[in-house]
Design a protein around this ligand. Structure first.
Ligand code: FAD
Length: 508
């Protein structure tokens, strides 16, 4: 006997509220997966409000999004005036004088039954003071201003290399919009004045615009930014405030005319009650100060930012207010929040665009029908919450493990931290081991960079790393350093790579 399937009706129309990075990324990805005959996609945005216009640094998984979305790298680099990002330099974070680098990619190679860093720890115990960064191709290439594409062959040192991008947020939005519109996404300009709901089910039925128009749909994606107009305001999903762990709540953003292709990395410089970003693009520099208004006045933050800029400002600094945290659920009824409407953990490790990408991927993985199965929604919400929680722990580590002076930094050093982070730090301190948790975007190499960078040095290392004789260990480590140094010297500069490859991609 054949089984009879009886699924609820399929989703036939999706309405995306908001046309910032989250809205257009969602539109591009959904339109790549759903044919317009099967399901219409409409994006509503208001020119009167506009996108937040920041968010210019990314992390390597964005390449996966670009692949899913069918984005050609060179086309994208040219359209968004992008540069490569090999990691982040943290200046003054551990203390006022110390600088470290958080590279993408791996440190060295694992060997003799222990992870690479355990051998490095043992070498340190034997008196070798080579910094761990000497074993990172990303860090060496970043400081040498060099770039080339990674290599998938695990025998190549370039398989340890990884990159992301810096891009112009406004150009990125325009680029995504072009792609989405080519694929049949309809754009509707208008201010959403009311969210209409079905009295019985509570589901959203339509968005009422200021011109009287009503945009109806089956599934609504809330990409309305920090205001969270649909999920937060209309459906009343509460916001979990994490200011007690991530205390910064304001930013000042200002572009300058400085062009620096010699430094393919983001720089984050700690200040009195926050930190300054520096993001080099092909045509300008993105700069900003992220700070806590409880510890620093807007004027003091403004003055510190302006005193530490490279190049001439191209505009007045723009003030942005935010609260760190996330919505208790990202999906409620027939509405999924993606982007700032779902939460914001501050830009320290450039994770927001990644969290957009994760939410899109999970929405596609758990794509609903008109039944809106509560079990599906609960699992989606659990997975998304987990992603935010893991990123939160990683960010809190930067603030908490500091030896800076001043009220803000002393507050961060003394604040209670999430248990999950406290446990991770304690295990590392005792054994150099790294606890892996479900859905941790940041892998061992990332945690290692920041734990060591912030000055947390283990008191012991893996006993199995004692297997090699000291002379053998020294030989292996020296060999790795030499391979990385040679590979770095053989790479073209970023400037040469861009000139060469973007010129080739120009239409004839
Ligand atoms: C200071 C700062 C620096 C950041 N840096 C980074 C970074 O380096 N890397 C990173 O990954 N992320 C970063 N982020 C986060 C990043 O900017 C956002 O995740 C990203 O831009 C997505 O924003 P969004 O699309 O969710 O919201 P928005 O850009 O705010 O878009 C909201 C959209 O909703 C529309 N809208 C709102 N209300 C209405 C209404 N009533 N009617 C109609 N339309 C409406 C608006 O028109 C707009 O199109 C940063 C954020 C801040 C605050």
């Amino acid at each position: 006997m054949t089984h009879t399937f009886n699924p609820p009706p399929a989703i036939r129309s999706i309405v995306i509220a908001g046309g910032g990075t989250a809205g257009w990324m969602t539109a591009v990805a959904l339109s790549a997966m759903l044919s317009p005959q099967r399901c219409s996609i409409t994006l509503v945005e208001s020119d009167a409000i506009g996108p937040i216009g920041v968010g210019e640094a990314t992390i390597p998984p964005i390449q996966l999004f670009n692949r899913i979305a069918g984005i050609d790298e060179r086309d994208f680099l040219r359209a968004t005036h992008a540069t490569f990002k090999l990691g982040i330099e943290f200046a003054g974070w551990r203390d006022e004088t110390h600088t470290y680098f958080h590279p993408f990619g791996r440190y060295g190679d694992d060997f003799a039954a222990s992870p690479f860093h355990q051998h490095w720890l043992r070498a340190q115990a034997l008196g070798d003071d080579t910094p761990i960064g000497a074993f990172s191709l990303n860090e060496q290439a970043a400081y040498a201003g060099r770039f080339r594409q990674p290599d998938a062959d695990p025998r190549s040192v370039f398989s340890t290399f990884a990159h992301a991008y810096h891009f112009d947020a406004v150009l990125y939005g325009q680029y995504l919009r072009g792609l989405a519109e080519q694929r049949g996404v309809a754009r509707r300009e208008g201010l959403i004045e009311a969210v209409e709901r079905d009295g019985a089910s509570g589901r959203i039925t339509g968005l009422r615009l200021d011109d009287g128009g009503l945009i109806e749909g089956d599934l609504f994606v809330d990409c309305t930014g920090l205001r969270s107009l649909l999920l937060g305001e209309a459906l009343g999903v509460p916001f979990e405030d994490w200011t007690h762990w991530l205390p910064c709540n304001r930013a000042l953003a200002v572009p300058t005319d400085c062009i620096d292709l010699a430094r393919p990395y983001t720089r984050s410089t700690a200040h009195e009650a926050g930190w300054q970003w520096r993001i080099p693009l092909q045509h300008r520099m993105g700069n900003g100060m992220v700070y806590s208004a409880e510890f620093w006045s807007d004027t003091a933050a403004h003055d510190a930012l302006m005193a530490n800029l490279e190049g001439t400002p191209l505009a007045d600094p723009r003030l942005i207010r935010f609260t760190t945290g996330r919505r208790a659920q990202s999906w409620s009824h027939n509405c999924v929040a993606i982007g700032l409407s779902a939460g914001f953990l501050e830009p320290l490790e450039s994770t927001s665009i990644h969290l957009i990408q994760i939410a899109i991927t999970k929405l596609l993985g758990w794509f609903p029908d008109m039944g809106f199965d509560p079990l599906t929604m609960a699992e989606f919400n659990r997975q998304i919450a987990n992603e935010y929680d893991r990123v939160r722990d990683f960010l809190v580590l930067h603030y908490h493990a500091n030896h800076r002076r001043g009220a803000f930094w002393e507050h961060c050093a003394q604040m209670p931290i999430p248990d999950s982070l406290a446990e991770k730090i304690a295990v590392f301190r005792r054994s150099g081991r790294l606890l892996s948790r479900e859905a941790d975007l940041f892998k061992d190499a990332n945690w290692l960079a920041v734990l060591l960078g912030q000055g947390i040095m283990p008191t012991a290392y893996d006993p199995l790393a004692d297997g090699l004789r000291p002379t053998e260990l020294d030989k292996v480590l020296r060999g790795m350093r030499q391979v990385i140094a040679r590979a770095t010297a053989a790479m073209p500069t970023q400037a040469a790579w861009l000139a060469d490859h973007l010129a080739q991609a120009q239409p004839a």
